[in-house]
Design a protein around this ligand. Structure first.
Ligand SMILES: Cc1cc2nc3c(=O)[nH]c(=O)nc-3n(C[C@H](O)[C@H](O)[C@H](O)COP(=O)(O)OP(=O)(O)OC[C@H]3O[C@@H](n4cnc5c(N)ncnc54)[C@H](O)[C@@H]3O)c2cc1C
Length: 523
């Protein structure tokens, strides 16, 4: 059977946008081939083994073995076994440490050597300065090799993008070159034990005290939390903490670096999938960070996080999940060509052909959707958050369908770890929850049209072209922004520049609530 390679599929879809994105076909070929070679050589051969071993937050022991002269370092697991068989003379606990499967961290170092860790970071900060539209296919390719690995690059990209967009020059100069070279890894920290969907309800606080800011709270289910060097952390401003959630306006998003006093990795979850990737619980206790670590203006942290979540919905929710789905589709195609039932290869049964056709068309449509969303991000188009949302819903759900169907086509073998299907199944399940649960995102999509709650206001304005094309003056825009609240803020900047050619910024904290009907009548 013939299958178009993943790279060729992606190149074909990217081709019409290549000139507009300031790329050329040679560059696209080069970057995608680098990712593909890496995936084939460094990830695929080890992925199952890494998944089986997983990453652990072990207590480390310094021990003297009966049979040896010197002392050795043991993980908790090794210690327990040797202890049981009385092989240890004495041991001393040395504190906990993340222990990765062999070669997993080395693969990270090798990835850094390819330059892909700095793919979208501007050249002035040591990166390659390529568009997001090229970055997402790279995530798809790596995730097909090993989803636990692919997610690291996806989250690293979101964190570095936020620092580049909203960080001070000092912060950018300090962190971005190391993030571009892969010496420092970034992650995104917003979910808390009490929930991740309702971001207004976070309870991790930030309190400004002179030149620093004090963070207190606990975060939960954070990919690479405590392992990454650079944590982009979402908090509510202490001044708004006691307000009812609906009335809160001031949120702050900070960079907290590994090793900062008061910042601690408490533990990692025993997860269903992506087991080499630590999913961490973090504690901030009187953790002081310099105000220079603030991303965006004081109080505008929700807008900063929303920008990151929109990007993550495409790189993780779409590209990452389709990477897993593509791997499943290819396994299904191979199986269909090998397995014989009722005297026929199963690829000749009409039901199986329908399965294969559905899988392939979902992949094609999903890729088109996410590449379109990525393109809108590269063009700073105000429709980007909306496109990111609908693409994420589609890709994550269809990716699950594809993996499930591929599993079904493997029969009993699909239930065996050795088939590689269970790991794809376990991994893909994260996509409909992470970076926004499907139900919450669906509500965002439809709310502007059914006139429900706050999204009917911001949604209708954000995505309705007729408003964007109106020739409005600066004052009207300022009032409009005030009327709509902080959610329109990233979009507002673009609207204003389109209308007047001039950008002004209104801190989200200054936004007052006018009623939207009054303002719309005014328009
Ligand atoms: C493996 C893994 C890695 C993760 N990595 C990160 C990370 O790096 N950083 C980070 O900050 N977070 C991370 N998360 C957390 C993730 O972002 C959250 O799980 C997600 O935002 C949903 O929040 P929640 O789990 O608290 O679900 P909840 O908010 O408790 O919601 C539970 C469920 O209720 C339903 N629901 C909630 N609200 C509504 C509504 N308004 N309408 C209809 N249905 C609704 C949805 O089905 C939802 O799934 C990770 C999660 C996992 C599983």
């Amino acid at each position: 059977m013939t299958m178009i390679s993943q790279i060729d599929e992606l190149k074909k879809l990217l081709a019409p946008k290549v000139p507009e994105l300031g790329l050329d076909e040679g560059t696209v070929e080069n970057i995608l081939s680098t990712a593909s070679d890496f995936s084939e050589k460094e990830l695929k051969p080890s992925a199952l083994k890494w998944e089986e071993i997983g990453t652990h937050f072990w207590q480390i022991y310094d021990a003297k073995l009966r049979s040896g002269n010197g002392r050795v370092e043991l993980t908790e697991n090794e210690y327990r076994i040797l202890e049981k068989y009385r092989c240890i003379d004495n041991a001393e606990a040395k504190g906990k440490r993340l222990v990765f499967p062999e070669y997993f961290e080395e693969a990270h170092r090798k990835l850094a050597g390819t330059g892909l860790t700095g793919l979208c970071i501007p050249e002035e900060y040591g990166g390659m300065g390529f568009p997001f539209s090229l970055y997402c296919p790279v995530i798809e390719i790596l995730s097909g090799g090993d989803a636990s690995f692919g997610v690291h690059l996806s989250i690293h990209g979101t964190a570095s993008d936020l620092i580049n967009r909203y960080g001070t020059v000092v912060l950018k100069e300090r962190l971005l070159p190391a993030m571009a070279s892969g010496k420092k890894l970034g992650c995104l920290v917003f979910t808390e034990p009490s929930g991740g969907s309702d971001l207004k309800a976070v309870s991790t606080t930030s309190e400004f005290t002179g030149n620093s800011c004090r963070i207190n709270g606990t975060k939960f289910s954070i990919t690479n939390g405590g392992y990454s060097d650079v944590h982009v952390v979402f908090t509510v401003d202490k001044e708004d903490y006691n307000l009812p959630f609906a009335q809160r306006k001031k949120y702050n998003t900070f960079v907290v670096e590994k090793g900062t006093e008061g910042f601690e990795l408490l533990g990692i979850g025993n997860t269903m999938g992506w087991r080499p990737s630590p999913t961490s619980m973090l504690k901030f206790e009187n953790c002081d960070v310099p105000v220079d670590n603030l991303l965006g203006e004081k109080g505008s942290g929700r807008m900063v996080l929303s920008t990151g979540l929109s990007a993550g919905r495409v790189s993780f929710g779409c590209a990452w999940s389709l990477g897993i789905a593509d791997a499943a589709y290819r396994k299904a195609m191979e199986r269909a060509d090998k397995r014989v039932t009722f005297g026929e290869k199963i690829k000749n049964h009409p039901e199986i052909r329908k399965h294969l056709a559905d899988m392939y068309r979902y992949l094609c449509i999903g890729r088109e959707k996410y590449l379109h969303a990525a393109y809108l991000k590269d063009k700073n188009d105000p429709d980007f958050p909306f496109e990111a949302t609908i693409s994420k819903i589609f890709c994550s759900e269809r990716a699950e369908d594809i993996v499930r169907t591929a599993y079904q086509m493997h029969g009993h073998f699909g239930y065996m770890e050795g088939s590689g299907m269970p790991v794809l199944f376990r991994n893909v399940m994260v996509a409909t929850v992470g970076e926004g649960a499907t139900e919450v995102l669906r509500d965002r999509v439809i709310a502007p049209y059914v006139g429900k709650g706050k999204y009917s206001r911001t949604g209708a304005i954000e995505y309705d072209r007729s408003f964007i094309d109106m020739n409005l003056g600066e004052e009207t825009f300022r009032e409009l922004s005030q009327a709509l609240g902080d959610e329109v803020y990233p979009c507002y900047e673009i609207l204003l520049s389109k209308a007047t050619g001039k950008k002004i910024r209104v801190p989200a904290t200054e936004i007052k609530h006018l009623t939207i009907n009054w303002k719309l009548n005014g328009l």
